[in-house]
Design a protein around this ligand. Sequence first.
Ligand code: 3Y8
Ligand code: NAP
Length: 254
Amino acid sequence: MTNLLRPNVLILGGTTEANALAKAVSEQGLAAIYSYAGRVEKPRPQPLPVRVGGFGGVQGLVTYIRDNGISHVIDATHPFASQMSRNAIEACREAQTPLAALTRPAWRAQSDDDWRHVPDIPAAVDALNVEAKRVFLAVGRMHLEDFSTQPQHRYLLRLVDAPEELPLPNAEVVVARGPFAEADDRALMQRYETQLVVSKNAGGTGARAKLDAARALGLPVLMIDRPVLPERTELSTIAQVLDWLAHSGVNLGV
Ligand code: 3Y8
Ligand code: NAP
């Protein structure tokens, strides 16, 4: 049984909000560990101990929780990291470990936005079954293969690490990591004469620059809605997380 008076928080990270939480938890002097999947070459350093790599599915996470005396899990992963979030729900139920997600609301179109919503990445690929355009495909690297069935477009790709090879014949790559600024994204899209922006509905502040730039340039956006996740405790601010930790048996020493 974990001694709740000696808290040990596992933060499932990889987002701007997870980084803000890590800073706050570190400042509170709480014992915690920050977890990355290991998707990029140089993940941002954290003010907490860091672990990198998968846990090995639900059972791997249960074992990790037990072996490391984890008292609480905060799922602060990206809304499209749905497998990790599902595993966290299963594992915390089995290990009887309190779990809360730190989420950010989905973006909503403003009156002068021109968005077309699609439910998932395959639907975004289907929606690109149109005559050739200059497409800013700002969805990262992991799902580029899905778009190879629409090779007619001239793609602008933004990737965190330089790719070895690309599944798209007509693609320009910009290697950059966010958070991004609206003026920079506007200049980028003007330089590449972007005609359509494809975006995941990530929410938060780190990726919304391209949407503000698209609005300023009067460009349409193909918005990929986020996967639906099972029921779990969802918090939206750092203060709510610290309060949840305090009231779920973690002695913050206050
Ligand atoms: C490894 C860890 C911070 C946190 C930065 C956020 C914001 C900037 C914007 C665009 C969209 C995209 C992508 C994006 C953003 C934040 C946040 C966010 C989108 C890092 C990071 C890791 C990753 C993984 C990476 C994915 C990719 C997705 C690029 C760190 C920098 C497109 C998501 O090459 C790859 O394998 C990249 C994989 C998952 C999605 C994909 O399918 O390719 N994020 N991004 C995490 C791990 O190993 O656990 O170094 O900081 C984190 C961030 N990326 O404040 O510094 O909070 O969302 N990340 C999307 O939203 O569509 C870029 O270009 O406009
Ligand atoms: P995913 O598809 O939901 O997860 C696939 C597997 O990757 C998980 O089952 C788990 O492996 C491992 N994993 C994912 N996140 C992890 C974490 N934080 N710590 C340890 N293992 C993790 O996840 P994803 O979409 O690839 O996202 C991976 C990471 O990138 C996450 O940290 C996420 O926050 C960040 N990120 C993703 C996006 C995006 O667009 N998907 C955007 C920004 C940041 P095991 O089953 O072996 O445990």
